[in-house]
Design a protein around this ligand. Structure first.
Ligand code: SF4
Ligand code: SF4
Length: 65
């Protein structure tokens, strides 16, 4: 249960990092990435992942398990 950032689309604006309730988003290789181990898909916080809501460039998607 996690989301992932497509680094080829990320503009490194940082908007997703500040809204993550589990601090799972971190700077990585010049863009941002998601720690899959701690991402909860915002379960219990929001009906929709807050980072996806924040990303104007649509670079965040659900990870298929
Ligand atoms: S889905 Fe929620 S918990 Fe996961 S990275 Fe995005 S904001 Fe953080
Ligand atoms: S909000 Fe989108 S473009 Fe901005 S850092 Fe996050 S994933 Fe990258």
């Amino acid at each position: 249960m996690a989301v992932a950032i497509d680094g080829s689309m990320c503009t490194a604006c940082g908007d997703c990092e500040s809204v993550c309730p589990t601090t799972s988003i971190f700077p990585h290789k010049g863009v941002f990435a998601v720690k899959e181990e701690t991402c909860t898909e915002c379960d219990g916080e929001s009906d929709f992942p807050k980072c996806m809501e924040a990303c104007m460039d649509d670079c965040i998607s659900y990870v298929e398990n």
